[in-house]
Design a protein around this ligand. Structure first.
Ligand code: ATP
Ligand code: MG
Length: 138
């Protein structure tokens, strides 16, 4: 059984599509095993996205991620990392497949509604960044 970290980004929360994202997760058989809402500080957003430190979009991305509340979830299921990334669609919504969350709701390559871990190692780091063991149901 695999786990991954999902974030509904500030644009998704502001636009009132938390329920829509969760509905799609549940409909696809993915289980939510932890969930909370929080408003990241700039420093917390920088720590989370530290792998992108050298990218040209790092400042803008971390400003955006700390601009309002987010919903953070741990998702569980067989092959859930890939399964959830398929539901999200490509980073650039213009290249995302029909019926994906980003194709349907993203407005910008940066403001793309959702985050999902991209590998088991990044999932372990990202889950540990937000949740301790007691906060994840078994
Ligand atoms: P995420 O990590 O958020 O799930 P991803 O794995 O599809 O998305 P990454 O390459 O890890 O994409 O980029 C992280 C985030 O940085 C993207 O989701 C997007 O918000 C932002 N981003 C990525 N590329 C660009 C870009 N060229 N310009 C502006 N923002 C970008
Ligand atoms: Mg990524």
């Amino acid at each position: 059984m695999q786990q991954t970290l999902s974030i509904i980004k500030p644009d998704g929360v502001k636009r009132g599509i938390i329920g829509e994202v969760i509905k799609r997760l549940e409909a696809s058989g993915i289980r939510i095993v932890a969930m909370k809402m929080l408003h990241l500080s700039k420093a917390q957003a920088e720590g989370f996205y530290s792998v992108h430190r050298e990218r040209p979009f790092f400042q803008s991305l971390t400003d955006f991620m700390s601009s309002g509340p987010v919903v953070v979830m741990v998702l569980e299921g067989e092959d859930v990392i890939q399964k959830y990334r398929t539901l999200m669609g490509a980073t650039d919504y213009r290249k995302a497949d029909e019926g994906t969350i980003r194709k349907d709701f993203a407005t910008d390559i940066e403001k793309n509604v959702v985050h999902g871990s991209d590998a088991p190692e990044t999932a372990a780091f990202e889950i540990g960044y937000f949740f301790n063991r007691l906060e994840i149901v078994h």
